[in-house]
Design a binder for this molecule. Structure first.
Ligand code: SF4
Length: 184
């Protein structure tokens, strides 16, 4: 009888030195590893793309595999703002306030055509992309995007988190980016 091998994958360790009973690496790599695998998303879902996100959270696609089963509906306990759906211009200030209430470091995904560009709603009342009011890290195309695409966007955020310098948030370039949106 053959023994079943485990298909559980362990997160790859960062580069470092190891020997009998010790492992040494850089602090920023440890923080990056921890952050990238414990992202708490805030689902800002206003319409149909939100339904795809529900599927992404379900057992088949299982966002929990990435350490992100803890959704936060308070911006103060969230790292990743996931904007899914049509954002009316009237909703823009609410979205911006939600972003401002999140602590640094924070990341943003525009999920689907509406959040990315207004989608098919080229009208006076719809915001033509959330990057008109807040900075966006990853855009997920599609109307609606499939859960696989949402996962792909999520993994791109993980790549950004893993490779972002700890100093990035205090760089003048980052402050200038926020200033462009009137955020201090
Ligand atoms: S991109 Fe398409 S599926 Fe997503 S919210 Fe807009 S209309 Fe709905």
């Amino acid at each position: 009888m053959t023994e079943k091998t485990s298909d559980i994958k362990i997160v790859k360790e960062p580069e470092g030195l190891k020997g009998e009973g010790f492992f040494a690496t850089r602090l920023d790599q440890v923080l990056a590893l921890a952050r990238a695998n414990s992202i708490w998303p805030l689902p800002f879902a206003t319409s149909c793309c939100g339904i795809e996100f529900m599927a992404t959270m379900g057992s088949n696609y299982d966002l929990a595999r990435f350490g992100s089963e803890k959704l936060s509906f308070s911006p103060r306990q969230a790292d990743l703002l996931m904007v899914m759906g049509t954002i009316a211009k009237k909703m823009g200030p609410v979205l911006k306030q939600t972003y401002i209430q999140m602590a640094e470091p924070r990341w943003v995904i525009a999920v689907g055509a509406c959040a990315s560009s207004g989608g098919i709603f080229d009208t006076y009342s719809v915001l033509q992309g959330i990057d008109k009011v807040i900075p966006v890290d990853v855009y997920v195309p599609g109307c609606p995007p499939r859960p696989e695409q949402i996962l792909d966007g999520f993994m791109k955020i993980q790549d950004i988190v893993k490779n972002e310098s700890l100093r990035r948030r205090s760089l003048p370039e980052y402050k200038e980016l926020l200033n462009q949106y009137g955020i201090e």
